[in-house]
Design a binder for this molecule. Structure first.
Ligand SMILES: *Cc1c(COP(=O)(O)O)cnc(C)c1O
Length: 235
């Protein structure tokens, strides 16, 4: 049997997550494996090592990868998250392909996703993407728009509001990033008070997940540290 190098990197990351959680005195967050630009074969290998939740940035890339997995690994039951910006005209495909959409940042998208989620399936899990640094030209809603958007999502029986997601500015120094994560956590706690089903704060990537965990992330999204450096496409 060939060694599976993804097995080692998965266990290294899970260890890193547990260590960060333990030293912060918080429960260990879920690991989301970011498989953008990675092959269906790499996904299957990581799944064989025990990983169940995967994330993609593009609807089309996810559709192709899932089609290939269905042929080559029938019966492989994975959970799929969309973490890339979603255009309204792709809402139908997204509602069909994914179990979670983490990038809901405007009301128009809410109605489109709800309309296209099949009644026979469980409701689509939804996170509100927040532009926590209030960067011009970045996706995500402003922190002060979360309450209204949450109310719209909660009013849709085909959607289930699960929490918040953020991608803090990459250029910011670690202390700035820590402040951004802490701001997200405050926003998350406030949302949880109003909606008891809210249980997910998705933040932290390969280079900053320990800080995100220290500030209360319940889900981290990791690509590079699991699969290795991407080829540079699809970011
Ligand atoms: C690519 C991506 C990640 C993973 O980034 P890494 O640095 O490779 O861990 C996480 N979240 C989002 C939204 C991404 O686009």
């Amino acid at each position: 049997m060939l060694a599976n190098p993804l097995h080692d990197s998965l266990h290294e990351i899970l260890q890193g997550i547990d260590n960060a959680a333990r030293s912060a005195g918080r429960p260990s967050p879920r690991l989301l494996a970011v498989s953008k630009t990675q092959s269906a074969t790499a996904v299957a290998k990581l799944a064989a090592a025990g990983q169940r939740a995967f994330a993609e940035n593009y609807v089309q890339e996810a559709a192709a990868k899932r089609a290939q997995l269905a042929v080559e690994h029938p019966g492989l039951d994975l959970e799929w998250h969309l973490i890339g910006h979603l255009q309204s005209n792709k809402a139908r495909d997204a509602a069909d392909l994914f179990d979670w959409v983490q990038t809901v940042d405007r009301t128009r998208l809410v109605a489109a996703l709800a309309r296209h989620r099949d009644d026979a399936r469980p409701p689509l899990n939804v996170l509100i993407q927040v532009n926590i640094d209030d960067e011009a030209g970045k996706h995500g809603c402003r922190p002060d728009a979360v309450a209204t958007l949450a109310e719209t999502i909660a009013g849709q029986p085909r959607l289930r509001l699960r929490g918040l997601m953020a991608i803090p500015a990459p250029a910011a120094d670690p202390e700035h990033r820590r402040a951004a994560f802490a701001g997200m956590h405050a926003c998350f706690i406030e949302l949880q008070h109003r909606y008891p089903q809210v249980d997910t704060l998705s933040m932290g990537m390969s280079d900053d997940y320990p800080i995100a965990i220290a500030e209360g992330a319940t889900m981290v999204r990791i690509g590079t540290a699991l699969f290795g450096v991407r080829a540079g496409i699809g970011d």
